[in-house]
Design a protein around this ligand. Sequence first.
Ligand SMILES: [Zn+2]
Length: 529
Amino acid sequence: MKKWFRIAGLGSALFLPGILFAQQSMELPALKQEAVAEVDRLQTLTQQMVDEIFSYSELGFQELETSRYVTGILEKNGFRAERGMAGIPTAWVATYGSGKPVIAYITDVDCIPRASQKPGVAYHDPVIEGAPGHGEGHNSGMAVNITAALALKKLMDGHKIAGTIKIFPGVAEEILGSKAFYVRAGLFKDVDIVLGTHVWHEFSTSYGTGDGKWSGLVSVQYFFHGKAAHAAGAPWDGRSALDGVSLMNAGWEFRREHLRLQQRSHYVIINGGDQPNVVPSEAAVWYYFRELDYPHIKSLYGIGNTMAEAAAKMSDTTVDRKLVGSAWPPFFNKVIAEAQQKNIETVGMPKWSEADQTLAKALQKEIGAKVEGLKEKIEPLKEPEKNPIGGGSDDVGDISWNVPMVYLMYPANIPNLPGHSWANAVSMATPIAHKGSTAGAKVQAMTALDFLLQPELVKQAWDYFRNVQTKEIHYESFLAPEDKPAIEMNKEKMEKFLPQLKKYYYDPAKYKSYLEQLGITYPTVKAQP
Ligand SMILES: [Zn+2]
C-alpha cells in the first residue's frame, strides 16, 4: 500500500497508467475513513479553537490575537508559517509538505461591529455592550480548516502521500478587504485547488454562480474637503464638506431609479463633521456598489465617482476617494463540487441534541423568524440558478477566478437569521458550532484526499476552469496599481474595546468550554408565557 502512494505522489503522476488510478480509488475510501477518525479524535481541539476565536472577537485587519493563536497551533504541528503577506500584517500562509498538487484551504477570521452576544442565550444579551462579536460565525472556519489540515498531515506522514497543504486566513472579509490583494501579490500562483469554507446552516456546496444570490462589488470611501467657519457668525466664509456628502447621497437616490434592478448600493456617513456651529471642513461617506458582473460593477463605480465630483462642484468643495475593498462575484468549480458533495453525503448532518434544537427554535421565535429548528437533511447538489438576482458578496470571488475553487458551507449556525447581527452569534460557541465544525473538517480533509490521490481529477478541475468558466470571461482586478490594503481600518474601534474583551478571553486550561467559563446554562431561553 505504501509503495504506490509514493509513486502516486510524484509530480508526473498525471500521466500514470489507468491501472494505478484504479488501485488508488480502491484505497481512497479507507484513507477517508482514517481521516474521519482522526478528525473525531481532534474534537476537543476543534471545540477550543471555535471558542477561543469567538472570545477574541476581532474586526477586519485587526485579527492579531486570532493570527497569533492559529499560526502558533500550526507551527507547533510542523507547518511553516510566513506572516505579513500582501502587505497585510494579519495575513499569513502556513504550509506543510512539498511538491504537487498544492491544495489550499481558506476561511474568514474577522467579526462584525456591535454583534457582541453571549453564546447559548436565545435573546439579545451582549457579553460587552456595543463591542464587536462573531455575528457571522467566522470564528469557526479556522477550526474546520486547521482540524482538517492536522488530520491530513498525519495521513500524509503515515502513508507517504506527496503534495502540499497551504492554509490562508480570509482577513477583513466583512469589508472585502484582502483577497484581491492576495491575488495581486501572486499568493495563488502555484496553487492547484482551493477549498474554501464558510459557516452556514446547511451542509452544502455549489458550482458556477450557485444559487444566484451573489454579487460582486467595489467598496469605496469619498472624502470631501471644505473650509471651516463660524456657522452663525460667518457662514458665507465656509464651504461645507457635509454639503458635498449630502448632495452626493441625494444624487445617488435620484439616480437609483434609473439603474438596473440587479444593482444593490448602500452607504453610511463615516464623518459628518464635528459640531453644528463649525462649518464642517471634513466629511466622508462610504459606498458599496454591487452588481452581477465585472462590467456592471465597474460602470456603477464610475457613476459613483461622477456623483462625487458633481457634488463637490455644487458645494464648492473638493473630493478624493479611497477604494477599501472589492470582490468579483464567486464562480465555483463543478468538478470539485461534485467530489465534495459525495463527501458531504458520506459524513451526513451532525446529530443535534434536544438542547441544540431548543436553542434554535427559541431564537427563531425571539426574532420573529419561521420556527423550524436546525436542518437535519442534506440537499442534493443543485444546478446553478439561471437568473441570478444577486445578494451579498465575498472576496473569495477573486480567488475563484484565478484557481479552481469551491466553498464548502458547513452546518454550524441556525436557519432563518438576519445575518451580520448578534442573532448569528448565538450558536457560535455552543455544541451546534462545535459539531458543525467537526463535520466540516471531515469533508475538507476528504476532499483534499480526492485531489491529492487522483491527479486526473486535478486535471479535470482545470479543464472546467479553462474551457468552461474562463472561456469568455477573463479576470481583471478592480484594484488600481496605487490601491493599498486598508490595514488601518477598525483600529480605533478595536482598541476601544480591547481592555474589556481581554477579560473574557477563553481559557481552555481552566474551562472545558466557553459556555462553562461564562457560567451560561445551555440553552438559556425565555420562559414560556
Ligand atoms: Zn462571511
